[in-house]
Design a protein around this ligand. Sequence first.
Ligand SMILES: Nc1ncnc2c1ncn2[C@@H]1O[C@H](COP(=O)(O)OP(=O)(O)OP(=O)(O)O)[C@@H](O)[C@H]1O
Length: 566
Amino acid sequence: MTARPVLAQGRTFLLRRRRDLLRLAGWSLLESAHTFLGGYGVARALDDGFLAGRTGSGLLWLAVAAAGTLLGGLAVRGVFGGLAGLVEPLRDGLVRRAVSQSLATAVADPARAEGEAGSRAVSRLTHQTEIARDSFAGLVLTARSFVFTALGALAGLASLEPALTLVVLPPLLLGLGLFLATLAPMAAVQRAFLDADEALAERVGAVGAGLRDVVACGGERYAAAETGRLIDAGARLSRRLARWAAVRTLALGAAGRLPVVALLLATPWLLRGGVTAGTLLGALTYLVQALLPALDALMTALGAAGTRLLVVLERFTGDAPAPPPAPAAAPALPGPRHLARPAAELRGVTFAYGPGAKPVLDGLDLVVEPGEHLAVVGPSGIGKSTLTGLLAGLLAPSTGTVTVAGAVALLPQQAYVFTGTVLDNLRYLRPDATPAEVRRAVDALGLAPLVRRLGGPDAVIDPRRLSHGERQRLALGRAYLSPAPLLLLDEATCHLDPATEEHAERALAARPGTLVVVAHRITSAVRADRVLVLDGDRAQCAPHGELLERSGLYRDLAGLWRPGAA
Ligand SMILES: Nc1ncnc2c1ncn2[C@@H]1O[C@H](COP(=O)(O)OP(=O)(O)OP(=O)(O)O)[C@@H](O)[C@H]1O
């Protein structure tokens, strides 16, 4: 995207408001007069007054210079009045444009208008129009001030001594030229930087909101790699931006300071040519008191407000920037099994949902062996989901350590199924799964009739038309294919009938890797190698039979959980 459409429309906008521009220029001429009188008064006060021994005249000329300040004040008052005639129509025009853009979107695609496009329209109507209005006002103020101050100063220099302009003008033009040359490339880098920043913000927002799914999908490495790529791109662009800022500072130095240096260097030559001390001091006053501050203000405004204005106006004249690329394919994680190390280990883990809250888990020690099938049971609200959150890395322990070997896939109760083909959904955690591997997963979980009913592997799924149980079964197929060595099922089979649940759990337990199931039925616990009973600070972990003897709570739970009850 280039700035050309914005500049073309900006030109048309300004041409239509010629009368407002003339009004502004009229008031600004007072600012030129203010500048002119400032230097001229000082020069005359010295030459015709103090140096000539006429103190009264000197003071009178200084009073003339001071009167110029009053003119400057009047100019500011008039300029602000005239500014409204330029700035408010810009805001009104942008608001009109935002409304018609969002109406057009709403007519063409009502769903999009309700979603992301809708929030973008609100941002344009409110925040972005205000940014445009303020930046535009700042730019008009400083650009106008610089032009009319420079006119006043150059007129003053010429009337004091025409040769002064020969000394001052070349370095001033050189610096300005250098500065103007940096504008276009700097705006391009700034725009790229803002795009990268927005892409990163969107990415971080998406990853943050979908953290559970990212972990459930075993996609942490991918999420980290993609986010890291955007962070690196942002860092690269901010380095380029800093380099351009350095060039701009150099230009500012050249335009503002070199004329002063040139004047000082030319002093002997000027004095030989008959230039008086008063004229030299007047020239210095023009440079240091008028030109330099006006130039500083202009460059700061152009550098900050200018690029901001350009970028915001581009949002109104063109399409919004493309969203960051969608996740292409999660790379397969390296060889899952690491049989020598525990699959997961908790040491003295205490966790509370807040500094003053009672710990949900208190000093929990647990070692889950590789390949083990562990069931987690306990009364409602005792901390089973909290434990899976800790194992998945979604929560950090208040004290103690949680160590997990390799990636983790967490399947929550609410299965995530997206609009896409059956195959895409099954391969979401492992996009490079071969057809044979997909077939194995479908067979292992008995998903073939469901896949057929949905129209085959290439049929597109509408998630809203699937039952909770069907969604859970697809998610289980995905978990089976996942390369993550540790699968966490947090009531992920609660919508399945007991036979289907048993089939799925046995298939997942037979899959190479470790399985931790927050049990929904006692049968889940009976099937597991070991059962962890959470009971506040008295957790116990043992096989089903042993626990029946050792734990009153487990006996109670087993009694309440009639086999096969939902
Ligand atoms: N985000 C949270 N903020 C504050 N407290 C929470 C939060 N999540 C859970 N809790 C509290 O922590 C305790 C343990 O919750 P958790 O969901 O881990 O229990 P659970 O055993 O999985 O329960 P259930 O079997 O009902 O799903 C509960 O008292 C719950 O109210």
